[in-house]
Design a protein around this ligand. Structure first.
Ligand SMILES: Cc1cc2nc3c(=O)[nH]c(=O)nc-3n(C[C@H](O)[C@H](O)[C@H](O)COP(=O)(O)O)c2cc1C
Length: 390
């Protein structure tokens, strides 16, 4: 049978620590550290601890050329080769290895740049309560951060002496400036308020909807939207956790940007618990009437910029633009908005039937009416938002 290495592989020499009672009794701390190799292949769910001999074996294999397995098995042992094939790190052409081979093929078809794929795979969370962790670590306040991490890099820098600076005309304050100044991250949603359906629809149309389209070439359609997008490819899909919108049953939806319509998806039994899991325990966000999971279809973008070092960055930048459009649209409609990248990607992928490397969430936004009282702190030094009635 013929074999080759999986498409992308990174071998990590990781320092791992474990507790040893014998070492403790001998008068030391009891913590022993050792080096352990981990094989990272982005199409797998998790990195795999491997031996140094596996590293040598995998390092000898091409990810493109197929070779006969027999000589390799003779050299390294059939058992070692088989276990790496089982893990999908070596791909076989035989029938028995279809599952691993197809997964690898599917990953290759997305045209990920190898390092970006590793970064993406390794930055996805599952079941994490980040909100609780920062409290436990005492870094949930500015003072806590200052105490723990010392002095931060300064908020401003100067590249020349003050007298060398060229003063600019004072800015005039226009409507857009007022809107920009009212933009503020909302961490206090009115949990009793239901969002009117027309406002909800307008938000989606403004931020994610199609505003025009172009037939660029045969079988190549391009959409115009309100935010810029690398290559005009608009790879980001909006999945909605609708909790309180007039006339829309609570649940998960996909927004069809072309038809400006909701596509109902199977929903978890406890939608609010899922929302809270999605935003990694940040209850100040999970109570928003609408949360928007922004999940790019990577291949749409990587189709043009194949296996390219810049492309993942482009996809992330797209999300940032969508977020600001969402913030400003919400502010204009008198609503609060937020974005968070502290999300449990893997839990979201499972709920929505996404794969992580074909399509997967990079951030969650949300919007809705603000509460009358601030319970969780917000950043509003110029009092543009708070006090609500003052
Ligand atoms: C990419 C990104 C990620 C963010 N993630 C979080 C988050 O996880 N939790 C949170 O409470 N705020 C989050 N924020 C909001 C920032 O904390 C907020 O923008 C900042 O405090 C400045 O406040 P302002 O947006 O009201 O000006 C995020 C903002 C951005 C742009």
């Amino acid at each position: 049978m013929q074999i080759r290495r999986c498409g992308v592989l990174w071998m990590e020499p990781r320092e791992v620590a474990h507790f040893d009672l014998g070492v403790l009794l001998a008068g030391n701390t009891g913590v022993v550290s050792a080096m352990q190799w981990y094989a990272h292949a982005p199409q797998r769910d998790a990195p795999l601890p491997v031996e140094a001999a596996d590293v040598a074996l995998l390092g000898s294999l091409s990810p493109s050329d197929w070779i006969e397995a027999a000589p390799l098995s003779e050299l390294h042992g059939a058992e070692r080769v088989q276990s790496l094939m089982q893990a999908g790190l070596i791909v076989g052409r035989g029938e028995a290895w279809t599952t691993q081979r197809e997964l690898d093929e599917r990953f290759r078809q997305q045209h990920w740049y190898g390092l970006a794929a590793q970064w993406h795979a390794n930055s996805r969370w599952q079941g994490l309560d980040a909100a609780r962790e920062v409290v436990e670590e005492g870094i949930d306040t500015s003072q806590g951060l200052r105490t723990r991490y010392g002095v931060p890099p300064p908020e401003l820098i100067a590249r020349v002496d003050a007298e060398q600076r060229l003063a600019l005309p004072s800015p005039v304050t226009e409507q857009l400036d007022e809107l920009l100044d009212r933009r503020s991250t909302c961490r206090n949603f009115d949990i009793a308020a239901t969002l009117p359906k027309d406002v909800f629809a307008q938000m989606l149309a403004r931020v994610f909807g199609k505003r025009g389209d172009v037939h660029a070439a045969d079988d190549f359609e391009v959409l115009k939207k309100t935010s810029p997008s690398g290559g005009a490819l608009h790879p980001t899909e909006a999945y909605l956790i609708v909790q309180r919108v007039e006339g829309v049953a609570p649940g998960l939806y996909h927004y069809h940007a072309g038809d400006h319509a909701l596509e109902p998806l199977p929903s978890p039994d406890d939608l609010n618990a899922f929302a809270r899991l999605a935003v990694a325990g940040q209850h100040w966000f999970s109570d928003a009437p609408v949360l928007v999971i922004m999940a790019p279809r990577f291949a749409r973008n990587f189709w043009k910029y194949r296996n390219h070092a810049k492309t993942y960055r482009t996809v992330i930048l797209d999300i940032g633009h969508l977020s600001q459009t969402l913030y400003l649209s919400a502010t204009d409609l008198g609503l609060g908005a937020f974005i968070t990248a502290a999300i449990n990607e893997i839990d979201i992928e499972r709920a929505l039937g996404l794969t992580g490397f074909v399509d997967g969430p990079l951030a969650v936004c949300g919007f809705g009416a603000r509460a009358d009282a601030m319970t969780t702190s917000e950043f509003d030094p110029n009092r543009k938002v708070w006090p609500r009635n003052g």
